[in-house]
Structure formats: C-alpha cells, structure tokens
Write a protein that binds this ligand. Sequence first.
Ligand code: SAH
Ligand code: SF4
Ligand code: F3S
Length: 479
Amino acid sequence: MKTKIINTPDLLKAASRKKEVTNFCVANAKHLKDLKPLAKGKKYYIRTYGCQANVRDEETMRAMLEDVGYSFSKEVENVDVIIINTCAVRENAEDKVYGEIGNLKRLRKKNKNLILAICGCMVEQPEILKRLMDTFPEVNLFFGTHEIAQLLDLIYDCYSSNERIVAIESKQGEVVEFIPDCRNNHYKAYVNIIYGCNKFCTYCIVPYTRGKERSRHFNDVIKECQRLIDAGYQEITLLGQNVNAYGKDLDEGKDFADLLEAVAKLGIPRLRFTTSHPWDFSSKMIDVIAKYPNIMKFIHLPVQSGNDEILRKMGRRYTREQYLNLVKEMREKIPGLSLSTDIIVGFPNENEEQFQDTCSLVDIVQYEAAFTFIYSPRKGTPAAKMEDNVSKETKTRRFQELVKHLEKHIEEYSNAMVGNTYDVLVDGVSKTDENMLSGYTETNKLVHFKGDLSLVGTIVKVKIKESHTYSLIGELVNG
Ligand code: SAH
Ligand code: SF4
Ligand code: F3S
C-alpha cells in the first residue's frame, strides 16, 4: 500500500509560541455528501486513552461519524472504521496502545476495506509515529490532534485513494466549533473552554501535542452550557489543560473567574472545572467558588513536588510556600473544600531530602484525593535530556511511601463521612457490585448504595454507612 503524506509532526514547530492571531472557524467537511452513501449502514468503534481532552475529542469524532451515517459499535469485530485515540503522557499509556493495535491488525486481514486509524497525542511525536508506521503496516490512517475537524475528509480520502494516509501538522492550533454535538453521557458533560498549554513544564509532552493555549469565545461556551442545561444535564465540567489561563489570549475582557461565575448563574446543578495550575489561580476565582453553592467545593490542584529545587527544575513557576499559601487561602475562604492533586515521584536526580519535602507537604495539605506517578522521560522534553542518578528501585520505594502519606488523610476523611448524608449524582450500576448503584458526592467521593435504576442521572440523598479508603457504602435516604 502506498503512503500519502499530507503532513508529518515536527517538535520544533509544535513548541513554537510565536504571536499569531488564532483562527476561529466552524468544522466543515468538504466531502460530506460523497461520504454519506459510503457510510450508510456501516459501523465504527472508537477507543480512547488519556485525559478528558481526549474523551471530549472522542465525543466530537462520534458526532461527526454519526452525522454522516456511521453507527456506534461497542464491539470491535465486524466494524468498518476503528479509531484508537492515544495518550502520550507516560510510557505506560503508550505501551497499552502498542498492545491493543497488535490485537487489532488481524481484523484488517479479514476486511480489506477496514479503516484502522490512530490519532491523539502519540502520533504528534515524530519518533513514535515512525515506530507505529513501521510496526503496524495494517494501520491505514494516522491523524493528529489538530486534524480532528478533517476526520470525515480523511476517511473519504482513504476510501477513494486506497492509500495509507498521514495527516499530522504540528502547529499552534485554531479554535474549531463543532456542530452537531454528541455526548457519551446524558446528565454529565465536559465543555472545552481552552485548548493547548503554554506552560512547558520540563517533563511534559502536552504542550507539544496540543498546541498553544487558545480560548473559545465566551459566548460560545455560554451557549453550549445553556444548551446542556435545557437538555436536562445535571453536571458540567469546564475543561482545559489549565483553565485559569482562560481569556488571556482573547480581548473580550473576561477571565476564568468571570466565565465560571456566568456558567454558575445559568443554574446548572453541579459545576466543576479541571485542571487548574497553581501559578495563576487568582483570589477572584477563590471568591467565585466560595460564593456559588452550585460550584462544587472540589479543586484539583496539581503540586507535582514539595521541594523548591525540584519545582524549579520542573518549570512549575511557584514555590512550596506560594503553593501552601494558596491552599491556606482556599481552605479559609471555602468551607468544606476538598483538594486533590497530582504528584510525580523520581524526577531526575531527586534526592531523599527533596522527596521527603513532598511527603511533608502532603502531610500539611492533607489532600482528600490524589494521583501519583513515577516520572517517565518523554523524548523531546528538556527533562528527558537530564541525567538521572535515581534507581528504579528507589523510585518505586518512594512511590509506595508517598502513597502511604496520602492514604492516611484520605482514609481519615472517608471515615469522617460515615453517619452523614450527602447529595450523590447517580451514575449507574456499580462496577464492583451489580446489585448496587454508584455515584459521586459533591466532593467527588465514590459512593455505592442500593437503589432503582430509574435514579440514574438524578441527584439523591445517601447516608454513609461504611468507609473504604477510596469509596463509601451508603443507604438511600427517602424524601
Ligand atoms: N494540565 C494538567 C495535567 C496534564 S498531565 C496539569 O498541569 O495539571 C496529568 C499529570 O500527569 C500531570 O499533572 C503530571 O503529574 C503527570 N505527568 C505529566 N508528564 C509526566 C511525565 N513525563 N512523567 C510522569 N508523570 C507525568
Ligand atoms: Fe503539562 Fe505543565 Fe501544561 Fe500541565 S501545565 S499540561 S503538566 S506542561
Ligand atoms: Fe494524554 Fe494528550 Fe491528555 S498526552 S493526558 S491525552 S493531552
């Protein structure tokens, strides 16, 4: 099979943040009419790895595919289009993708017309793209995070040219509005407010795979949220790699606090946002969160490390003291606040004392939830070039020690919830016990309880009976 290269990625271009005016446009497929007869009666399968940005991209792709006539299949067998939407943030995220594609290539032997596509953050890295192209000749479409809007035209190209297509352009990126819309969930929705990242933390690949920070127009976000409220949604999560940067690239005179307040005022029962970088978390934002009861008192505030030298090497732009002051202000102004975080263990040359600073910060902040990661070098990032004298064993030992520090408070927090009653947004049948339902409290605690399936998508009162560190068992409170 011949390969048609439309664009290939380039990390230097991906890292460029030259000032340029953002292009705002509406997705518009050229070959919509021609593709419709080809898509009629056909099925697609899509598998997404990684963060909510990828989950939202999946929804966008589903909307486009369904608009042209493809229908969604939960099973990968006997479909006509397979899309693997990848994540590159750590090596283990990538390994899963190699495994999965290895399993899928047999399907293309069975069906010569199958479109097997890989998209997402992995293909934005030149070396990984090359490895994928060499290892999997069965994959006949590669497209990047900036090409989502072109998906239908790329599929049409695959059908009409019978070539393998590579379309991955490294660029700062535009803001594309997608109409129609599609959501995987009927009561909880993610709404993009800002794409990309300009922070360039030295360990992180995201600014290279997702382009520059670019905000959607204030009114476009508000209109989308209003549509969701009109459709009966119970929860909206405003999305961005760094939501606090919202509006800085627009001249609309609005910042994230303004947007958060405006969405809260629309009256959605539950409003969340993720992720917020500690560096530009303003007091104005804290005041807005404290003021509106429908903004959930849950903030994900990645710290990464509790040591100033490591924070500096990571390029995080705050010190331990600044972070702790921010947490203090949040806890003082927002009663009942629950804080969660991300922490990286084993950054290059992290010594024992520096690691202990992270443990002591965890003991001070007493997070209610946390994600911990062992540092994974990402080619092309500055940290990947640093020498590292910390052994794998030391990193693993530190990781386990850190988890113990975190679990101590998480367990205390869960135990203290026993006997109290909380509002829970019901998600569905519990994944651990099919006789139970499960859902999340306002502070994002997972609760399992007995109840009727008709409650899914509603907010109910649940009294907590039993605590396990990461989840709770409760009982429905009538009325
Ligand atoms: N924009 C978000 C995070 C995106 S990535 C933020 O800044 O908070 C999610 C988390 O993955 C990060 O917070 C970090 O803890 C972790 N991470 C990113 N790059 C990593 C790497 N190279 N190795 C290990 N963990 C990493
Ligand atoms: Fe990565 Fe840092 Fe940007 Fe988060 S803020 S996406 S960790 S570069
Ligand atoms: Fe992964 Fe890309 Fe998100 S690297 S974490 S899917 S932005």
